[in-house]
Design a protein around this ligand. Structure first.
Ligand SMILES: NC(=O)C1=CN([C@@H]2O[C@H](COP(=O)(O)OP(=O)(O)OC[C@H]3O[C@@H](n4cnc5c(N)ncnc54)[C@H](O)[C@@H]3O)[C@@H](O)[C@H]2O)C=CC1
Ligand SMILES: NCC(=O)COP(=O)(O)O
Length: 337
């Protein structure tokens, strides 16, 4: 298990996510097992009724994150946000979607102001958020906007013990992926991933492996020209800046053990190319970390799991991994010269 620094100045802010999902349960379980999981103090943000619906442990409502440290030993500190109505686990609602957005907004604000050392976001249901007018593909882009960063300069990285992946395109229909790819976008995502590994993970000379888009990375152009026309020029531009970059690699052969040993992060062209290998290898400990932000933001790599919400079946290990990684990244950034 990763060692977590014990001396963060402020707690980690954790948004509960959708109150009808498993976010409240896994956060509560993380507090229950805070010693075993080696977790630093954190404060939950959201509707306490969602916690009480799935957990009978102690909750201490606080007015400010600075009160969380003292409470953390005996209760789960909570910054209370009340939804218009309370949800039944497994049954998402409009009120719950609004509450999940409010808690995300507050958590990000606390990290931006320095009152929290980092943000960990609980899982939200994108369908529910889109239904209430959420204009961003996901929380990644929302956090980027709130931090004043262009979405093309932040990346969603999925990190597990033996693999890190970054999708160039995130939440869009597969048929739109080829048109969304450009030399500039691949370059900026690659650069953000490399800089992010330096800044958040302390890797001085990170190695990036770039996937192709087409089968066999295009087979020399006969199975598609994206590799020749878009991906190779982006790799050349990053290499010219002095970065260690290889590819385009056929995506089907770049994730086995020996291949993974040759790079620190894989840049993939679309969501499932990046997320299938990480979830297949590391579902219990994969962390979604946003690179390129002035703050640290991580999340467990699973969703709301409405199918098991309220049944005491949710595994808290991914949330615990997200909290530990947030603490480590925050500490590395604090210590950087
Ligand atoms: N970071 C985030 O906020 C994310 C949100 N989502 C959202 O979640 C919703 C549901 O997405 P799905 O594709 O169904 O993925 P999901 O991760 O919610 O569920 C997939 C399967 O894994 C199981 N599962 C997930 N987390 C688990 C845990 N901690 N312990 C035990 N079992 C677990 C679920 O019960 C389900 O069978 C979607 O609306 C999506 O937008 C999905 C991924 C990340
Ligand atoms: N599949 C990963 C995912 O949905 C996480 O997205 P985000 O909400 O963290 O941007």
């Amino acid at each position: 298990m990763q060692q977590v620094p014990s001396t963060l100045d402020n707690p980690i802010a954790i948004s509960l996510g959708d109150p009808a999902g498993i976010g409240p349960e896994v956060i509560a379980k993380c507090w229950d097992h805070r010693a075993d999981f080696n977790l630093p103090p954190f404060v939950a943000i959201g509707d306490g009724r969602a916690l009480a619906a799935v957990w009978d442990g102690p909750i201490e409502v606080v007015d400010d994150p600075s009160e969380a440290d003292a409470a953390f030993d005996y209760a789960l500190p909570l910054l209370q946000l009340s939804a218009a109505e309370s949800d039944i686990p497994g049954h998402p609602s409009v009120a719950g979607a609004h509450c999940s957005l409010d808690s995300l907004e507050l958590a990000v604000g606390l990290a931006r102001s320095g009152s929290a050392s980092a943000v960990v976001t609980g899982p939200v249901a994108k369908e529910q958020l889109y239904a209430i007018g959420f204009q961003h593909p996901g929380q990644t882009e929302f956090v980027a906007e709130r931090c004043g960063i262009s979405p093309s300069n932040v990346v969603m990285m999925l990190a597990g013990p033996t693999l890190r992946t970054v999708p160039v395109t995130t939440h869009l229909p597969l048929r739109d992926v080829p048109d969304a790819l450009s030399v500039q976008l691949i370059e900026s995502r690659g650069r953000a991933a490399l800089r992010g590994l330096q800044r958040n993970f302390g890797i001085a000379n990170p190695r990036l492996a770039v996937s192709g888009l087409n089968p066999h990375a295009g087979e020399g152009g006969s199975l598609g020209r994206a590799e020749i026309e878009i991906i190779e020029p982006a790799i050349a531009a990053l290499t010219a800046e002095g970065w260690h970059v290889t590819g385009p690699h056929p995506a089907d052969t770049m994730f086995h053990d020996r291949a993974r040993a040759k790079y620190d992060v894989a840049l993939c062209m679309y969501h499932d190319q990046a997320l299938i290998p990480i979830k297949a290898l590391h579902f219990e400990e994969a962390v979604n970390v946003t690179l390129g932000l002035p703050i640290v933001r991580t999340a467990p790599d699973h969703g709301t799991a409405f199918d098991i919400a309220g049944q005491d079946r949710a595994d808290p290990r991914p949330m615990a991994a997200a909290i530990r990684m947030a603490a480590q990244c925050a500490m590395i950034r604090t210590e950087a010269p």
